[in-house]
Design a protein around this ligand. Structure first.
Ligand SMILES: Cc1ncc(COP(=O)(O)O)c(C=O)c1O
Length: 360
């Protein structure tokens, strides 16, 4: 099989060795005579997977004691609602940074629960920049302050995080485990798995345990973090196969040298692309403020939309898929998550040079 370099924003490329290990175990899980997806989630085989996946999240990210690690369904999108339902009293108030399309969705759901105080609004700059983290402060009486650490569509990424009085809540869907982060500065972190952690279907939530005490008792069981924390994410049938694959991906991250090594690798890959853009005499143009350019989603424009279309088509013919920018913003987007090998980025850089040369 000729594997393509998959630059899709998510579901995204996974390490080949992880896919192969999952394939080997799919039909006959560790010689049990049945597949993991056919087993009870309360049996001892699955229990080992479930427990180890949770331990690995703690180990790889350096989650300190006093935090619960949860595996939930519903995608990061469900968290847009669960966060305010659990942490903001009904009719309460929370601070949000409006940094791009995903933050906008989080805000839209939070407004259904209480008052949203927008402490940063990047609308005027079309979400091409972010504030100085030190200038972002929570408001007195705010239940929490929410940031989106990487805006997958606009390609902006926080390099440092605000230190706030109110608990800091982060949607890390598109850059979780791409670099070390000080988990102890966050009240709650959530991320859909389908970019850096595994397949779609499971969302990781890391929540400081003292915050569980404010959850209203009126929430339906599944919507309460307390339910999942108490039952170790086994209140109902968890997404067993995605959790298994998250475990395999986390083991791969450890084999790669952990998050510092992964971060070095990511910084190198992103620099290759941004250097190619900057060195193209204006043929390629990245609209994002250089201080906040994402190391996960590199967005850029060509001189015309017609050329962008040809670029994407010709790249696909050359075995590089998923380069089309999000439909809301257009352009080109190269998503280079943890599992994108350096050779994939090198191939794209070569293609960019050849494409630009062919137009002159
Ligand atoms: C930053 C961010 N937040 C939230 C989401 C929504 O995730 P899901 O599709 O898992 O609900 C995405 C999906 O791409 C995302 O990139």
């Amino acid at each position: 099989m000729a594997r393509v370099f998959n630059f899709s924003a998510g579901p995204a490329t996974l390490p080949l060795e992880v896919l192969q290990e999952a394939q080997r175990n799919l039909v006959d899980y560790e010689n049990c005579g049945l597949s993991l997806v056919e087993m009870s989630h309360r049996g001892k085989e699955y229990d080992k997977v479930h427990t180890r996946a949770g331990e690995l999240v703690r180990e790889v990210m350096g989650v300190p004691p006093g935090y619960a690690v949860l595996f939930l369904g519903g995608g990061a999108t469900l968290q847009f609602g669960m966060v305010p339902m659990n942490l903001m009293e009904e009719g309460g108030m929370a601070d949000y940074t409006l940094s791009g399309s995903w933050a906008k969705k989080a805000i839209s759901d939070a407004r259904k629960i209480g008052t949203v105080n927008t402490v940063y609004d990047g609308t005027d700059t079309a979400f091409t920049t972010l504030p100085d983290p030190d200038s972002v402060k929570s408001t007195a009486g705010s239940a929490y302050l929410h940031i989106t650490t990487n805006e997958t569509i606009e390609g902006v990424q926080w390099k440092q995080f605000p230190r706030t009085e109110a608990p800091l809540v982060a949607d890390m869907s598109s850059d979780i485990m791409s670099r070390p982060v000080p988990v102890e500065h966050f009240g709650l972190i959530y991320a859909g798995a389908q970019k850096n952690l595994g397949p779609a279907g499971v969302t990781v939530v890391i929540v400081r345990e003292d915050l569980l005490e404010r959850i209203p008792g009126t929430l339906p069981a599944y919507l309460s973090y307390g339910t999942h924390a108490k039952s170790d994410s086994l209140y109902n049938t968890p997404p067993v196969f995605p959790i298994y694959m998250v475990k395999l991906v986390l083991e791969w991250i450890l084999r790669e040298g952990g998050l510092s090594a992964i971060a070095d690798h990511n910084t190198r890959k992103a620099a290759m692309l941004y250097d190619a853009i900057e060195g193209s005499d204006g043929f390629y143009r990245c609209p994002v403020d250089p201080r906040f350019r994402s190391e996960m989603n590199v967005v850029f424009r060509l001189p015309s939309e017609e050329m962008e279309k040809q670029f994407i088509q010709q790249a696909a013919a050359a075995n590089m898929s998923g380069l089309k920018g999000h439909r809301s913003v257009g352009g080109v987007r190269a998503s280079i998550y943890n599992a994108m090998p350096q050779e994939g980025v090198a191939a794209l850089v070569d293609f960019m040079r050849a494409f630009a040369d062919a137009q002159s």
